[in-house]
Write a protein that binds this ligand. Sequence first.
Ligand SMILES: [Zn+2]
Length: 394
Amino acid sequence: MTAFSIARLPRIEFGAGTLQKLPDIIASYGARVLLVTGARSFINTPHWQFLIDQLEHRSVTWRHCTVAEEPSPALIDELVKAHAGDDFTAVAGIGGGSALDAAKAVAGLLRVQRSVMDYLEGVGPELPYQGPAVPFIAVPTTAGTGSEATKNAVLSVQGENGFKKSFRHDKLVAEYAIVDPDLLASCPASVIAANGMDALTQLLESYVSTKSNAFTDALAISGLQSARDALIPLYRQHGDLARHREKMAYAALLSGITLAQVGLGSVHGLASPLGAFYPIPHGAVCGTLVAAATRVNIHSLLAREPNNQALAKYLHVAEILCEKRFIDPGAAFNALADLLTQWTEELALPRLSHYGLQETGLDKVIANCRGSSMKTNPIVLNDEEIRQILIERF
Ligand SMILES: [Zn+2]
């Protein structure tokens, strides 16, 4: 077995009802907490009042801020400035990827008092982050980004000169991830679809990543099995919903662990410029591209690197997701790409042109897609191959 190292992970509490543990966990760090939530989904549920009552019961005082959309560096700096004089003993992020990433970045900067632009990858001076970070507790209310297990906060400026980059450091990893599948109950179907495909993509891309290892492979396979069983039925609201929510929350958590350890691939490489230049939510980009990107990766591997071990891994994924054995690898590869396409259609993921991408914009997207995620794609794709992925989902 090849040697590997595993970076820091949060302590994890997983299971229906684990939100109940949040007040004690917050109180274990001290008596002052900053609560960062999404705009609506959590604070409109009875869970919010429960949390507030329980904090008061423990004499923990709190302040609250909301994050309505994918966070920008300006928003992070604003939040840090607004709360800088306050001696928080913990920051709790409760929400989807946007709220969690914002909370993670704010927790990292409250005691440091510098602009997040000083640390963002690929823009600005990229100063080494040295902390200290305020202890961060992550409570996801969607099953998607896996931010509860990662060491980066993705921040974006959207538009013509936009970017989507990470503030990344081991010190930013949550102290605790509290993953309560019951919180997914308030998730609309379109969010389940996009975030679920993001989790699936993260599992698949980390499984075939050039940095993958035996430890992350085991987690990726387990996550893929869960997503296979639960994503479509949860979206359609068929069957045992509590069980489906558990499986998707589990798949998303594992996807965060694997991506943080071994990186991603071409879908996430493209998600960066597409999300920067166009108003496309992260999950929607991943969901819409994963079938085409898988097809192109396999095709390029067969043509140029037929002995690359990623091909055996794609075959294994085909057998897991399609739940059958294949004698002919070619049939397996086709079945995998077809199944992913079928899910993309069943989940009604919009095409890229829906968000304003035009043919004239393709070159700029291709020129800006070779950031960190693309570097761990199992094969180095040329510009023409990347264009094929985009054209298929144009
Ligand atoms: Zn993702």
